[in-house]
Design a protein around this ligand. Structure first.
Ligand code: NAP
Ligand code: NAG
Ligand code: NAG
Length: 326
């Protein structure tokens, strides 16, 4: 009796202690270095990091004429020099990279320098389709630089538990890219639609992406070593067109594109080493019937990150107003 009681007590004590030991393993984050903070998505990330109270340092190339908002410390760096980067990363808890697409491969040196400087979290320049599921596809070949960087971070975090990373898939930049996403020709009152136009895809407003990054850094333990998907919307072409028609009072004629043609065009270009293959391949990836690249149930980090909901109609209204269509 006493013996089994003591077994239970020991078991409970062990359970209690082990559950205490696992939480939390990362100190609150304060100092954040941003790479590419002058870019399309980088600007929104810097803005939301400042709004969330982080101390932001923007790294920029010495050749660059980029400017940054008040309150941001600016450091000129040479992205090819480990020493220059290490120096810039001194005292930083986190590095967020929103570096331009052609420069994503150079993040390997940046990661090495960040680790050497004692940075605890690295967010690589992903911010697009979920590159983790592009293996063996034509578009995956174009995105292989991004894939290799996430693989590299994963490797580093396994050999050194002090090093953590978070990848963020956002789908298409919605407000930034609506000209291309919606493909509306207002003069001719036509709209270009891939297949049926009913396929739902993942898309995020820039501000939403900025908020997602800030929230990740407010939830360092839950987001460690994870590849997360966020979305302002899972939306179809036809849903977008319906809102455009409603707001403008115009009816558009549909100019339909076959997704197989997009694939053929993309593969042809790619076989010639022409990376303009990306656009048709991206359109097929997102818009083709049956692709299923909206965020899947259970895959969304929107709730974990407590992100406020964006409104489709208001986002489209802002775009139409900006373009003088309303
Ligand atoms: N989902 C989508 O629809 C979508 C659309 C566009 C981009 N993206 C992705 O989002 C990420 C950021 O793209 P972005 O369009 O925001 O970037 P961007 O505006 O093209 O560039 C961001 C910054 O990177 C720096 N930069 C430019 N060229 C560089 C180079 N060769 N070497 C080093 N730094 C360079 C510049 O900063 P400084 O001048 O200050 O150094 C620039 O302001 C990329 O991963 C991209 O693939 C996604
Ligand atoms: C759209 O209209 C313009 C003239 O307003 C014309 O030049 C152009 O070829 C048209 N485009 C298409 C795709 O029909
Ligand atoms: C997108 O769809 C997924 C799966 O149903 C869901 O978890 C997520 O919340 C959706 N996101 C939005 C913004 O509707």
């Amino acid at each position: 009796m006493l013996r089994s009681l003591s077994v239970i007590v020991v078991a409970l004590l062990w359970y209690y202690l082990s559950s205490r030991i696992q939480v939390p393993n990362m100190a609150p984050i304060k100092n954040v270095a941003v790479i590419g903070g002058s870019g399309n998505v980088g600007k929104a990330i810097v803005q939301e990091l400042l709004a969330a109270g982080f101390v932001v340092t923007a790294l920029t190339r010495s050749s660059s004429s980029s400017t940054f908002p008040d309150g941001v410390k600016v450091k000129k760096v040479d992205y090819e020099s480990i020493d220059s980067l290490k120096e810039a990363f001194g005292g930083q808890d986190v590095v967020v990279s929103a570096i331009a697409t052609p420069a994503v491969q150079g993040q390997k040196t940046i990661i090495d320098a960040a680790i050497a400087a004692g940075v605890k979290r690295f967010i690589p320049s992903e911010f697009g389709i979920n590159t983790r599921i592009t293996g063996g596809t034509a578009i995956g070949k174009i995105l292989s630089g991004k894939v290799a960087i996430v693989d590299y971070l994963d490797e580093k975090s396994k050999s050194n538990p002090e090093v953590t990373w978070t990848g963020v898939s956002t789908g298409l930049f919605f407000d930034w890219g609506l000209d291309n996403i919606a493909s509306v020709d207002f003069d001719n009152k036509t709209v270009r639609v891939v297949d049926s136009g009913n396929e739902k895809f993942q898309a995020s407003n820039l501000k939403y992406i900025g908020k997602a990054v800030a929230s990740i850094l407010k939830h360092p333990d839950q987001t460690a070593n994870k590849y997360l998907s966020v979305a302002s919307f899972n939306v179809s072409h036809n849903e977008i067109i319906k809102v455009v028609e409603e707001l403008t009072g115009t009816t558009f004629t549909v100019d339909r594109v076959d997704s197989e043609e997009l694939q053929k065009l993309g593969e042809e270009k790619l076989s010639k080493g022409d990376f303009s293959a990306f656009l048709p391949l991206l359109q097929r990836w997102n818009f083709a019937d049956g692709k299923g690249h909206a965020v899947k149930p259970g895959d969304s980090a929107d709730e974990l990150l407590e992100l406020p909901k964006d409104d489709l109609k208001e986002s489209i209204r802002a775009w139409l107003t900006k373009n003088g269509r309303l």
